[in-house]
Design a binder for this molecule. Structure first.
Ligand SMILES: [Zn+2]
Length: 216
């Protein structure tokens, strides 16, 4: 069972407490994820004659108090959230199950064949960090490669590892390191890449720097 988003929006605008709460999406998601983990807690403290196939009308006080303290949401708002979302929370997949479902779907629904992976390794920057480079826009020249990731929760996974190359200066940005091209002095005493020197002079360069530098 899943609540239509319009019903949620209606509840949030018509419930006086929620309408004045200024909750963020992150607040609501954190509330839902935590409550999903505590469904059995909430059922276990109900009277034995209550059928717990449906959610209890009120969140247990200890849980409500903890949520209020840790999420910095006033207690009346916590109870109002439970009132609106309890049926959804009672029957939906918890965060761990949703993540497992997403991984399974990507892996078994041809995601990998069209370049979609669960693990995506990108460089930490989309801008060229070379102070001497004239590149004034984001890096878009990229090369994706297949990789294997060993994860704790989902075992061995296909992963996508992407490298950016700056077409102005030739620096290559990988997920955790950057490769600078070999530099050489031209006849004017300026540092140029080997490629530039070969292109302009047609002679073999005099390398003065060749490095792999760790970005962070
Ligand atoms: Zn550059």
């Amino acid at each position: 069972m899943s609540i239509e988003i319009t019903a949620v929006a209606h509840a949030f605008t018509t419930n006086t407490i929620l309408a004045q709460s200024r909750l963020t999406y992150d607040n609501v998601q954190a509330f839902v994820d935590r409550c999903c983990e505590w469904r059995d807690d909430a059922a276990a403290v109900q009277q034995a004659k209550r059928n717990t196939s449906a959610p209890p009308p009120i969140l247990p006080l200890v849980h409500a108090r903890w949520l209020s303290d840790t999420l910095r949401i006033r207690r009346p708002v916590i109870h109002a959230l439970w009132d609106v979302l309890k049926y959804q929370i009672w029957h939906m997949l918890c965060a761990r199950e949703r993540l497992h479902g997403m991984v399974f779907t990507i892996e078994h629904s041809r995601g990998w064949k069209i370049g979609l992976a669960y693990i995506n390794l990108y460089p930490p920057t989309r801008l060229c960090k070379n102070n001497n480079c004239s590149k004034d826009s984001e890096l878009r020249q990229l090369v994706p490669r297949r990789a294997i990731a060993f994860t704790f929760e989902h075992g061995v996974q296909f992963a996508k590892s992407v490298a950016f190359t700056c077409e102005k200066c030739g620096w290559e940005y990988h997920p955790n390191y950057v490769v600078r091209p070999v530099l050489a002095l031209n006849d004017e005493g300026k540092l140029v890449t080997q490629k530039e020197r070969r292109y302009h002079l047609g002679t073999s360069p005099k390398p003065c720097t060749t490095k792999q530098n760790v970005l962070r």
